[in-house]
Write a protein that binds this ligand. Structure first.
Ligand code: GDP
Length: 297
């Protein structure tokens, strides 16, 4: 289960406070040392942990807790609020173009879940807005990717613009956008190539697609199982492309929390959606407060 280790650890830390009347400064410091350990073990970025612990410690040593009749509950409340803040405070909706089509570009490393998430997003837009999206298959390096997108298109009854795997992805996007204009699609979702790690050639190609398509949304798709590495890679993509949002995938797995808790702080960009399964309806809007509650159990 996602966040299981972190949840267990935090619950144990806070239960050690329960029943205590007033808290001493030493009590608070001890608890915060344990929270720090729990976050580091959940693979949260070191700097993020450091500033989080500092903020919570300062608040916990303040009057609102020390003079409270239920200090342990107050500490939990502060941790809850600060975790929520760390993850962005509020849900952030998808950017929309003033005139159709809204163009969404999916980027990320290979295997992160780009193609699947493109499908989930189209499914969601169809259901919630009766949208008429078009996919553009611009991942020409992974041979199965175009076929995978076509299969998803068939399942969802969403058209796919593709030119197989022998053409330049930039040309494919150019031609696909023409088709979308002719057919008056309201959304265009561009599936781009990924690699095993960031490389210059890939970034150049993505930049060319970006310059051509002017996407309203560049969604970085991150595999939450990769922990704080996901945040580092997201920062790398953000430096080159100015991403507009993040989708965290595989939160149905036993991810530890490092990606969810690091990525917003490291990139400054909001997590907009979370993937919670392989099926096309398993994409949810990301709510920082709900995620904090889930972590605190
Ligand atoms: P891409 O290379 O980035 O396009 O990645 P794919 O979309 O092909 O996804 C890689 C694998 O991750 C596939 O087996 C997907 O079914 C799986 N996957 C994607 N999102 C999720 C998710 O939210 N949960 C789970 N359990 N699997 C996912």
């Amino acid at each position: 289960m996602a966040f299981e280790g972190l949840s267990d650890r935090l619950q144990k830390v806070f239960s050690s406070l329960r029943g205590k009347g007033k808290l001493s400064e030493e009590d608070v410091r001890k608890v915060m040392r344990e929270v720090r350990m729990a976050l580091l073990e959940a693979d949260v970025n070191f700097d993020v942990v450091k500033s989080f612990v500092k903020t919570v410690r300062e608040r916990a040593l303040g009057a609102e807790v020390m003079e409270s009749l239920t200090p342990s509950q107050q500490v939990v409340k502060i941790v809850d609020e600060e975790l929520t803040k760390l993850m962005g405070q509020e849900a952030v909706p998808l950017n929309k173009a003033p005139h159709i089509p809204t163009i969404i570009m999916m980027v990320g490393l290979q295997g992160a879940g780009k193609t699947t998430t493109a499908g989930k997003l189209a499914n969601r837009l169809k259901k919630t807005e009766k949208a008429r999206p078009l996919f553009i298959a611009a991942d020409v390096y992974r041979p199965a990717a175009v076929e995978q997108l076509k299969t998803i298109g068939q399942q969802l009854d969403v058209p796919v613009y593709d030119e197989g795997t022998d053409h330049d992805p930039v040309d494919i996007v150019r031609n696909g956008l023409k088709v979308a204009a002719e057919k008056k699609n309201d959304y265009v979702i561009i599936d781009t190539a990924g690699r095993l790690e960031i490389d210059e050639q890939l970034m150049d190609e993505l930049k060319k697609i970006q310059a051509l398509a002017h996407p309203n949304e560049i969604l970085f798709v991150a595999d939450s199982m990769t922990g704080q590495v996901a945040a580092k890679v997201a920062a790398g993509f953000n430096d080159q492309l100015e991403i507009t949002g993040v989708v965290l995938t595989k939160l149905d797995g036993d991810t530890r929390g490092g990606a969810a808790l690091s990525i917003r702080s490291v990139t400054g960009k909001p997590i907009k959606f979370i993937g919670q399964g392989e099926k096309l309806d398993q994409l949810d809007v990301f709510h920082p407060d709900r995620m904090a509650n889930r972590i605190l159990g």
